[in-house]
Design a protein around this ligand. Structure first.
Ligand SMILES: [Zn+2]
Length: 389
């Protein structure tokens, strides 16, 4: 049976708890980001034990450890004590006052709204998205590509929803070129359909879901029989900001729902496809079991897959505490990652939203929106997806 292993929430989740990032004057609050060397573990562990008795009060004043210049790549375990006193997550219990996204992700029933496409005539919002997959006709010629197709690359199939053929011609190739650019180091390409698929979408804020998931999966299988799909990316012609990824059993049938309009929709699509290649967010603010098997969030170095360890030892990126999560390792387990949440650093998987423009500038400067470890993870996942076909 297919089941959703996890939601990936979108990069605008930072907006849910803006006070954690900026205060009312716009001044940035302490982020609690800590970099440390392996030498300092004993010291940190001792510090942590001292504060562990009253973590809650420390949430307001995160302990910031000294930042050593060099991170030594000794592959020893990170401390499994409450080192990362971080105000962002920590697996909060769901209460009446929890934000709506946290409620949804914890399984609390929350009313959904239909995603509609606003049209000028008539002067009202019209739901033009319908679940009509049984009568939907799509042929191999509807699958287009901006580049010569490569057998050694995974396919993230872009499937428009709510676009006219003319709108697809105007919008989707631009999105594909943006994705090609952002993913130039990854063995992935982005074929797309030149017709919209008749699926309806609901949402709770930026969390999007198909009204009838079985129909969406039926469509993915139908197209997969004509042309291989490793990841499905449904781009919806709506200004409503949407960004959600679902993983099926063992990562199969993974699909993303994103909006196609808006100043950060292309960036959000890059972000969500990163989830499709098993990148995690550098943040979590909800009670959700975290189950991506080869993720970049980890409680200790030993828990990383071998190829991530190898990429880490080669690149030696700074290790950053992200806060605690609910996971198979337990509740409120401190979790680390290889990139930080700092707004100055443009990593597409961090919490704060980047605009399409910012991403374009970064790419034009020859910089990357993924770090080398993330690139290694995604290329490994691409290999696994190709092998699993
Ligand atoms: Zn995300």
């Amino acid at each position: 049976m297919e089941r959703e292993l996890a939601y990936s929430i979108d990069i605008q989740s930072a907006y849910i708890q803006p006070a954690l990032i900026e205060d009312s004057s716009g001044k940035k609050s302490p982020r609690g980001i800590q970099r440390f060397s392996w030498k300092h573990y004993a010291l940190f562990a001792a510090m942590s034990l001292l504060v562990a008795c009253d973590i809650k009060s420390d949430l307001k004043e995160p302990i910031v450890a000294a930042i050593p210049e060099v991170v030594e790549p000794t592959p020893v375990s990170l401390p499994l004590v409450a080192l990362s006193i971080n105000p962002y997550d920590y697996c909060p219990p769901i209460t009446e006052s929890s934000n709506v996204i946290s409620k949804v992700l914890s399984g609390t029933p929350v009313p959904k709204e239909a995603v509609v496409r606003p049209v000028q005539t008539p002067q009202k919002n019209v739901d033009i998205l319908k679940d009509e997959i049984d009568t939907f006709s799509v042929i191999a010629e509807n699958i287009k590509s901006e580049n010569p197709v490569s057998a050694s690359k995974v396919k993230a199939m872009i499937m428009p929803i709510g676009y006219s053929p003319e709108e697809i011609k105007t919008n989707i190739p631009k999105l594909v070129r943006f994705l090609d650019w952002a993913y130039e180091d990854i063995a992935i390409e982005f074929p797309y359909l030149d017709i919209s698929v008749p699926l309806s979408v609901d949402h709770v804020q930026q969390l999007a879901s198909f009204t009838d998931k079985a129909k969406a999966e039926k469509l993915i299988r139908k197209i997969n029989r004509m042309s291989p799909i490793d990841i499905s990316v449904f781009v919806i012609n709506t200004p409503q900001f949407l960004g959600t990824t679902y993983w099926g059993e063992e990562g199969k049938l993974s699909y993303a729902l994103v909006s196609g309009q808006g100043a950060s929709s292309k960036a959000a699509t890059v972000h969500e496809i990163g989830h499709g290649l098993w990148l995690s967010d550098g943040y979590k603010d909800h009670s959700l079991a975290y189950q991506i098997p080869n993720e970049a969030l980890f409680p200790n170095i030993e828990s990383l897959p071998q190829y991530v360890k190898e990429a880490y030892l080669k690149q030696q990126p700074p290790i950053v505490a992200t806060g605690g999560i609910c996971s198979k390792y337990g509740e409120n387990v401190p979790i680390f990652t290889f990139y930080n949440r700092d707004d100055d650093e443009l990593n597409i998987m961090k919490a704060k939203t980047s605009s399409d423009k910012q991403i374009e500038i970064t790419l034009k400067e020859g910089k990357k929106v993924f770090d080398p470890v993330q690139i290694a993870i995604m290329n490994q996942r691409a290999k696994e997806l190709l092998a699993a076909r």
